[in-house]
Design a protein around this ligand. Structure first.
Ligand code: ZN
Length: 287
């Protein structure tokens, strides 16, 4: 059986074909333009490879309520060409094979939970910190949907007292996590892109505080067995350790389990399958 995997991102589409054992047989990337340009190219690539199933991890928001008439449709995305686009239906009809859809971050969380950094955990969170901030959540080994799907990037935070930009940049909430701690928020605050800032920049003091607030909120609400932090911003080496220390500090001794009090270094970790966590997750969905 040949299983197609699609990681549909805001800037690029990553396409792969796997066998049942998870060997990646072939892959390619396409820029994400308007659906009228991108979708025919994408469908043709999978058609030529005669896949039997397709797993999809997509950017969102996306309607994941299986009983909804809009199941698998992209909803209120700022990418206007894709707003209300029936992604799942188009792929199912175009390829004529069973397709399974979830968010890109839920797919990545599934992959890290089953095969990566959170292997052996039933309850884990995968967060990507980059142009935006998103998180996939697995509970009982399965991605969480619920009412819609989690939108961890928009959790509200307490602005740091030394933040010169406490209002943040999210057009919906200003000082939510994404508004305060995404790559563009770091760049706007510092007047320079995150990659060019020195390790000791005050920007990373704020960044570690915000990501630690997120970890605390995740620990308090979901009680995960592992938190996996990925994405471009996490490429800064010193950041991970600062987030761990700040998380412990903000927890204030309230959570007394050895994973947090003694083994925080193996509790908040980097992904193991980066940069293809999402594609492997899409394969798992398809399989
Ligand atoms: Zn927001």
């Amino acid at each position: 059986m040949r299983i197609g995997a699609l990681e549909a991102g805001g800037t690029k589409m990553v396409l792969g074909v796997f066998d049942e054992e998870g060997h990646l047989l072939e892959d390619t990337k396409l820029p994400t333009r308007a659906p009228a340009q991108t979708m025919p190219e994408l469908l043709a690539w999978f058609q030529e490879r005669q896949i039997d199933r397709l797993g999809i991890g997509t950017f969102g928001p996306v309607d994941l309520r299986e009983t909804s008439p809009d199941y698998g449709t992209i909803t209120a995305t700022p990418k206007l060409d894709w707003r209300d686009y029936p992604l799942l239906k188009t792929l199912q009809e175009g390829l004529g094979v069973p397709c399974v859809i979830d968010t890109d971050v839920n797919a990545a969380a599934l992959a890290e939970c089953w095969l990566g950094a959170a292997r052996g955990c039933e309850n884990a969170v995968y967060v990507t910190v980059g142009t935006g901030i998103g998180a996939g959540i697995c509970v009982g080994g399965k991605p969480v949907h619920g009412l819609m799907h989690p939108e961890v990037g928009h959790m509200l935070l307490r602005p740091h007292p030394l933040d010169p930009m406490p209002q943040g940049i999210c057009p919906y909430h200003e000082s939510c996590l994404e508004g305060l701690a995404s790559g563009p928020a770091i760049a706007k605050r510092a007047g320079a892109s995150a990659e060019t800032l020195p390790e000791d920049s005050p920007a990373f003091t704020l960044e570690s505080n915000y990501l630690a607030q997120m970890c605390v909120n995740l620990i308090m609400t979901l009680s995960p067995e592992k938190i996996v932090l990925g994405g471009g911003v996490m490429g800064r080496e010193s950041l991970l350790d600062r987030i761990r220390k700040e998380t412990v500090r903000l927890l204030g001794g309230y959570i007394q389990v050895p994973e947090v009090t003694a083994r925080i270094d193996s509790y908040i970790v980097l992904p193991e399958l980066y940069p293809i966590s999402g594609l492997i997750g899409a394969w798992l969905l398809g399989r």
